[in-house]
Design a protein around this ligand. Structure first.
Ligand code: GLN
Ligand code: ZN
Length: 758
């Protein structure tokens, strides 16, 4: 038999039971014992579901109250000393304080797990970091699973990936220098698990897919040699990109197997299958662990059969990565269109698919005829269904005239045409789009959705918000006002709801961090824009002011990156379809007299492939898609873009190639470091570096903003410099927002008069 295993399952509960229990515990509305009960029930259900689907080795250690990386730090006794906690006796409230901060200590940082939207807690590494194993929580869960009668395989993040993903908190200190201290502790952990009767363990080293430097790869070799005699059989988990370049290393390591992601990197299967030693396990992930689509079972089985012929039972099957990244159970969806639903598989359905594959490998395709027939029918339907395929959309993308992605004239000419009507002062001021999303706004939206508020009343409520927002900006004398995005729940969902080709689930939640879950929209078909999406609100806002109202759209890359995307056509194609739908909106806005339009692309960096070798190709089509969204706009129409909270230094040429007339970027947190890079690169168009951090209600002092602006004036020619906050203001309250913007305006005016006097 070919072992069916998995490394992780959604842990928040099909209806977010864990989220609600954890939040109740934080509020004191649930006791620790009650919270533990909810957690145990989730684990029980998860294991039972996995077993029922035919899984042979069930994961342990994938459950977490907040984050599994934080759990491992606790297990290894490597929590930050600054909290003053005793790692050997860490209480649950203390655990949450590490993640969320307390009265004296700020929270541990978190950041996105590779290119997913899952945020892990970033380890804090110091030269004097010590490791002290305390595996009692993990062992308790192992005992719990065994008591329920299951064969298990604990999953842990590997030592090298753990070090690499942490941050060095001391100067002149290298994270990798902790390896000699970490390895004995990690080996001890493995021995303690062996003593518990653990046979197999999966140790994930996604660092292997991430272009890490040679010394880190060397550290992988060192580590697994050290673990050779710990009494457990190790399978190294890799995912999200190919690891074919490490084939020889992986073959030679004294481990019992390797898992490879053949959804993200199908080409590596042949490389591994040809060369893999017969006495080692090769686990092949051909079921997509991080998307919502049903697999083509027949194809998957056909792909696996020759590998089985070669490796026999040493071929294992699994999802491509932990199912943590996919929604839990399609069966609970009540409102999804039946046809669209028939093309999908969430975590529970993916398990069933793996069960079918296992059965087919053991007893032939005929033994699973019905399942294959259903899968074939779904695939055939998806290939032709008119809900997915819109010939007009496809033709529009295919027949784009040469140069369709270019503005009519180069920036130097456009900006003259823009200045001619905009009448901007030196150092023009603007904001990034959203203004406070107050409780009243959210209540009005919720009531409208439930049918408790009429369309007319909702319309009036939003107009009132917009009018207030414009009035505030008038008083502040902001040069390019915005309408404030009151009508938007979310910058992707708002557009997804109005575009053809998108659909929404009721319970398709995925953990983002801690108790926070997101429910990404799903792009299932060709995307087009049946009706204008923003023209109504932007035009209304324009009637309230003589200043140029800035329209606000979400760019093509951000639109797909924060959604689940169809897997039947290339991503570049999806991006271009979205771009053309946005282009319809740009041209309609222009027609309606909105001649400053911002197309946000905060996700352009995070959508980059993990492998550097694929960056150029990605950036070429991503930037082309951005340009396509404003194709045909007049020279006098000013296109803005906005980016934030990412490393942009290494993609500046690509950002410049997007050719937005103005880019606003978040910079204040790093004291304008990013802007220096823009300056060195000689970014050719207008720039608005963020002059204050929008994450805090604190009102910045004038001298702080002045310091940042003067720094900006040193690197960017003053005639191309804008003044704005770091990002949108939707999470702030009105009072602080007005006070913050007042300081921004005061400083700007001071510098303007200084410049005028020169
Ligand atoms: N226009 C959006 C806003 O202001 C941009 C948000 C973002 O960059 N994430 O809210
Ligand atoms: Zn932003």
């Amino acid at each position: 038999m070919n072992t069916f295993h998995l490394s992780g399952y959604p842990r928040i509960g099909a209806k977010r039971e864990l989220k609600f229990a954890v939040e109740a515990f934080w509020k004191g509305a649930k006791s620790e014992a009650e919270l533990q009960e909810v957690a145990a029930e989730i684990r029980r259900l998860n294991w039972a579901t996995q077993k029922a689907a035919g899984a042979d080795l069930l994961p342990v250690g994938d459950f977490s109250f907040y984050d599994h990386v934080l759990d491992l730090l606790c297990t290894l006794g490597a929590i930050p000393k600054r909290f003053g906690f005793d790692s050997a006796n860490l209480s649950l409230p203390e655990y949450f304080q590490l993640a969320r901060g307390n009265a004296t200590q700020f929270a541990m940082e978190m950041t996105k797990w590779f290119d997913t939207n899952y945020h892990y807690i970033v380890p804090e590494w110091h030269a004097d970091t010590e490791f002290k194993v305390n595996a009692k929580n993990l062992i308790a869960q192992i005992k719990e699973a065994k008591a329920q009668g299951y064969d298990i395989k604990p999953t842990l993040v590997g030592p090298v990936t753990l070090l690499w993903l942490g941050k060095a908190k001391d100067d002149n200190f290298k994270r990798i220098s902790l390896l000699p201290k970490l390895l004995p502790a990690y080996a001890q952990l493995l021995r303690e698990l062996a003593a518990e009767g653990v046979d197999w363990i999966q140790i994930d080293e996604p660092i292997l897919s991430a272009d890490a430097d040679a010394n880190w790869i060397k550290a992988v070799e060192t580590s697994y040699k050290e673990f050779a005699n710990t009494g457990v059989r190790i399978i190294i988990g890799t995912y999200f990109a190919t690891v074919a370049e490490h084939l020889n290393l992986l073959k030679a390591l004294p481990v019992h197997g390797v898992h490879i992601d053949c959804v993200r990197a199908p080409e590596q299967l042949a490389v591994f299958a040809d060369a893999w030693p017969e006495n080692k396990v090769l686990s092949v992930g051909l079921i997509d662990g991080r998307n919502v689509w049903r697999a083509n079972l027949s194809k998957v089985i056909d792909t696996l059969e020759p590998v089985k012929a070669k490796l026999g039972n040493n071929l294992w099957i699994a999802p491509s990565c932990s199912l943590l990244h996919s929604p839990q159970d399609l069966a609970v969806e009540e409102k999804l269109d039946g046809e669209i639903k028939s093309w999908m598989a969430f975590a529970a359905q993916k398990l069933v698919e793996l069960g079918v594959i296992k059965q087919a490998l053991a007893h032939g395709k005929d033994s699973v005829k019905d399942a294959i027939a259903a899968s074939d029918a779904a695939a055939a339907d998806r290939a032709t269904n008119k809900k997915i395929h819109n010939d007009a959309v496809k033709a529009r993308v295919a027949n784009l005239p040469k140069g369709a992605d270019q503005r009519k004239s180069p920036f130097a000419e456009r900006i003259k045409a823009q200045h001619a009507w905009m009448n901007l002062p030196v150092l023009p001021t603007t904001t990034i789009g959203s203004f406070p999303q107050t409780t009243e706004i959210r209540q009005a939206r919720a009531a409208f959705k439930k049918g408790e508020l009429s369309a007319a009343d909702y319309d009036a409520a939003m107009k009132k918000e917009i009018a207030y927002c414009v009035e505030v900006q008038e008083k502040l004398e902001l040069d390019v006002p915005v309408h404030g995005e009151a009508e938007r729940n979310d910058m992707v969902e708002y557009f997804g709801e109005q575009l053809a080709g998108y659909c929404f689930t009721q319970f398709g939640w995925v953990q983002s961090y801690g108790s926070r879950c997101v429910k990404p929209p799903i792009i299932f078909g060709d995307v087009s824009r049946p009706n204008p999406m923003t023209v109504y609100w932007s035009s209304y806002a324009q009637t309230l002011t003589k200043r140029p109202m800035k329209g606000m759209l979400t760019g093509p890359v951000t639109m797909f990156k924060w959604s689940f995307v169809r897997d039947d056509i290339p991503l570049s194609e999806v991006a271009k379809q979205i771009a053309l739908a946005l282009n319809d909106e740009v041209l309609d806005l222009e027609k309606a007299g909105i001649k400053v339009i911002q197309i946000d692309e905060p996700a352009i960096r995070e959508a980059m492939p993990l492998k550097k070798a694929q960056w150029d190709e990605y950036l070429a089509w991503a930037c082309e898609a951005f340009r396509l969204s404003s194709t045909g706009a007049e020279d006098s129409t000013q296109i803005h873009t906005h980016m934030c909270y990412s490393e942009f230094n290494d993609i500046l040429p690509a950002i410049a190639s997007m050719d937005a007339d103005v880019i606003t970027i978040e910079t204040s947190r790093s004291d304008m470091e990013l802007l220096t890079a823009f300056g060195d690169f000689k970014y050719p168009n207008d720039i608005g570096p963020g002059v204050y951090d929008i994450h805090s209600p604190r009102v910045p002092q004038a001298k702080e903003i002045e310091h940042l602006l003067r720094k900006a004036m040193d690197v960017v020619p003053v005639e191309r410099l804008w003044v704005n906050p770091d990002c949108g203001l939707k999470t702030r309250g009105w009072k602080e927002t007005i006070e913050q913007l007042e300081v921004m305006m005061e400083v700007t005016k001071k510098l303007r008069s200084e410049l005028a006097a020169k």
